[in-house]
Design a protein around this ligand. Structure first.
Ligand SMILES: NC(=O)c1ccc[n+]([C@@H]2O[C@H](COP(=O)([O-])OP(=O)(O)OC[C@H]3O[C@@H](n4cnc5c(N)ncnc54)[C@H](OP(=O)(O)O)[C@@H]3O)[C@@H](O)[C@H]2O)c1
Length: 279
């Protein structure tokens, strides 16, 4: 039993993580809007002190990648300054924290998967704000884990698979980008790994995603086929599907240090997808 503080405990990842902690007997305190705004430093420090956690998972973030482009202040306030506040709380209480980061801190130009030690060069406001959050965690909190995930898919949130399945029921043809490469990270596979990492004492920065690489098009095609839907999934390029925020073409994260330090126990993305669709 541990006393755990989870920021963003009502979000897609935080909600499943909270349940998993409670299932194993942990006492969970959640920080989320509207009750606790992580950008309010005094309140974060005070409420974190009241909760007296033994570990902090920091999942809260402004995650609307395109909206971050038009609301830079909010992106930086929540993802950078909010993370600064959480890191200060962890350090002042003398407890370790785990910060969830993203593949979007890389520019996507490397011709191979990104290792944990590769140099960040975010191309979007969201990526810059999450990377600023990483820097605060490293500077301010001595005992920290930073876990970078990509293409997060969980039961309790809007996500790519749900969008594709909804569109496949409404339309006969879907066009999905086929030139962005990466790995989905299914929340139900990630959560047990986050718990394992948090108890390991192997502090550092890790890449954790489901195994294997794919494209959004391949992922959509498989999801539609597994659900037995008739819609035709057609590949297209990022240029044909412009969005306000630039996405890395190569989002592939290599779990090199994670595998060496802890052993990579994540299942292949194809299994993660089947399990997700069954649930
Ligand atoms: N989704 C992805 O594909 C993806 C990929 C890579 C990394 N990540 C990272 O993974 C983590 C979890 O993502 P997710 O998809 O579970 O996000 P999510 O569903 O959007 O959950 C984030 C939670 O944080 C809350 N929040 C936002 N601003 C806050 C503030 N100022 N104070 C307190 N709480 C606040 C949100 O509340 P509201 O809903 O009310 O705003 C929401 O409940 C994030 O750190 C994200 O950056 C996500």
């Amino acid at each position: 039993m541990r006393r755990i503080l989870i920021t963003g405990h009502l979000g897609m990842l935080g909600s499943e993580l909270s349940l998993a902690c409670e299932d194993q007997g942990d006492e969970v305190t959640g920080f989320d809007l509207p009750d606790v705004d992580i950008t309010n430093r005094a309140r974060v420090l005070q409420l974190a002190g009241d909760a007296d956690p033994e570990f902090i998972f920091h999942c809260a973030a402004f995650t609307q990648v395109d909206q971050c482009e038009s609301d830079v202040d909010k992106a930086m306030r929540v993802n950078a300054i909010g993370t600064q506040n959480v890191a200060l709380a962890a350090e002042s209480l003398g407890v370790p924290m785990l910060y969830i980061s993203t593949d979007y801190i890389f520019d996507g130009t490397k011709p191979a998967p990104y290792d944990e030690w590769d140099v960040a060069n975010p191309q979007s406001i969201y990526g810059r704000s999450k990377y600023a959050g990483e820097c605060f965690v490293r500077q301010l909190c001595q005992w920290h884990y930073i876990v970078r995930v990509s293409w997060l898919i969980g039961r309790n949130g809007p996500n790519f698979i749900e969008t594709i399945l909804r569109l496949a029921r409404e339309r006969s043809e879907l066009r999905v980008v086929n030139d962005q490469h990466g790995s989905p990270t299914f929340v139900s596979d990630l959560v047990p790994e986050l718990l394992r990492v948090s108890e390991s004492g192997a502090f550092g920065t890790y890449h954790i995603t489901n195994r294997g690489f794919t494209t959004w098009y391949e992922l959509a095609k498989q999801a539609v086929a597994l659900k037995g839907l008739a819609a035709n999934v057609v590949p297209c390029s990022t240029e044909e599907h412009p969005r306000p925020a630039r996405r890395p073409q190569n989002s592939r994260l290599s779990p090199t240090l994670y595998a060496l330090a802890l052993g990579n126990e994540m299942p292949a993305w194809e299994k993660g997808l089947k399990d997700y669709l069954k649930s």
